[in-house]
Write a protein that binds this ligand. Structure first.
Ligand SMILES: Cc1cc2nc3c(=O)[nH]c(=O)nc-3n(C[C@H](O)[C@H](O)[C@H](O)COP(=O)(O)OP(=O)(O)OC[C@H]3O[C@@H](n4cnc5c(N)ncnc54)[C@H](O)[C@@H]3O)c2cc1C
Length: 299
């Protein structure tokens, strides 16, 4: 029987169509609701805005301090007629007296999307409803095998938390694509880890260069020994990386953690809808299913 994996950290689609799925315990497990209020806005680089925000959440700090926590921001859709949600990584969490603060890095992109529209109006004091946090995927660290990591700029906050919590002296190789050197310079550099910047020229569109895919295939040839892989970025590029390691190199599923953080030409709402529909179909086939892999059932 085929195994499925539900890979979305906090799957939420609004409206009644997926209510049965949303009420499934797999989806509701550990989801907190709350508000965050922006306290500082920093232009880290031309491509990235860092929002420092004050949480109104009570409760367990360990969820925020976990490696690679993600949350959903609830925002108005571009036409203001409904609410949508978008997933972002909690880059860091700290407590200052009784105040609980997080940093979220938002990559700027072209087009009039819900996040870009919201970001253009964000000021100190802007509040937004949030769901989460919930931990997203981390690399497998097994028996000193080199861990190979591939990230586009949307996954650099996730990469940052992974490198912050890196196991002592574990061998690692990282390739990160971003137009901005300043973003690379901030990434933690634990002992045993090599970091390679894949610069992208500003006129090149994100998710189109294939540089992460090329880096993955080259690195795979240079490392024929047992390795593990973690990769996050644009969906189609991630699919090619996943196919290389799973299909061509025949690596085990548990050694290859690959996830599409966004997809060219599709909104996250469309991706969520499709993912939940597949989840519902898989659930109908196997009511005890807990695991759904996007790339297994992808178009
Ligand atoms: C677990 C997880 C963690 C994430 N963490 C972060 C994070 O920390 N920082 C971050 O910036 N993003 C992060 N993302 C990606 C982010 O959720 C998406 O980029 C999201 O689509 C942005 O929403 P939007 O409203 O701007 O665009 P949407 O309405 O979803 O899409 C509108 C259009 O914009 C395009 N688009 C969306 N994102 C990009 C992009 N980055 N570059 C170019 N075109 C794009 C889409 O293809 C679509 O055509 C994460 C995603 C996941 C699943």
């Amino acid at each position: 029987m085929k195994r499925f994996r539900m890979t979305d950290p906090i799957p939420v689609v609004y409206g009644g169509r997926h209510r049965r799925v949303l009420e499934h315990p797999d989806h509701r497990k550990g989801i907190n609701h709350g508000m965050m209020t922006i306290t500082t806005i920093i232009d880290v680089a031309p491509s990235v805005v860092r929002l420092e925000a004050l949480l109104d959440h009570e409760g367990d700090a360990s969820r925020w301090l976990a490696t690679n926590p993600a949350l959903r921001l609830e925002l108005p859709d571009v036409d203001g007629s409904s609410t949508v949600s978008r997933v972002y990584t909690v880059r860091s969490y700290r407590e200052v007296g009784s105040r609980r603060l997080i940093d979220v890095d938002i990559v700027r992109h072209t087009g009039d999307s819900p996040v870009m529209q919201w970001l253009s109006g964000v000021r100190r004091g802007t509040s937004v409803r949030i769901l989460g946090p919930r931990p997203h995927f981390c690399p497998s660290f097994i028996d000193g095998r080199p861990a190979l990591l591939f990230a586009d700029e949307t996954a650099i906050p996730a990469l940052t938390t992974i490198l912050r919590d890196w196991p002592e002296a574990h061998p690692g190789l990282v390739w990160a694509e971003t137009p901005d050197r300043a973003v690379i310079d901030e990434i933690p550099r634990p002992q045993g880890v090599e970091i390679h910047w894949l610069p992208r020229a500003v006129p090149e569109a994100p998710g189109t260069t294939g540089r992460l895919v090329d880096a993955a295939i080259e690195a795979s040839a240079v490392h024929p020994e047992p390795i593990t892989v973690w990769a996050c970025g644009e969906h189609q590029e991630m699919r090619r990386i996943r196919d290389h390691f799973r299909r061509d190199r025949e690596m085990r599923r548990e050694d290859v953690q690959v996830f599409g953080y966004w997809r060219r030409g599709r909104t996250s709402s469309q991706i969520d809808e499709a993912r939940l529909q597949r989840y519902e179909e898989a659930l109908a086939l196997n009511p005890r299913m807990t695991v759904l892999d996007d790339f297994d059932v992808d178009d």
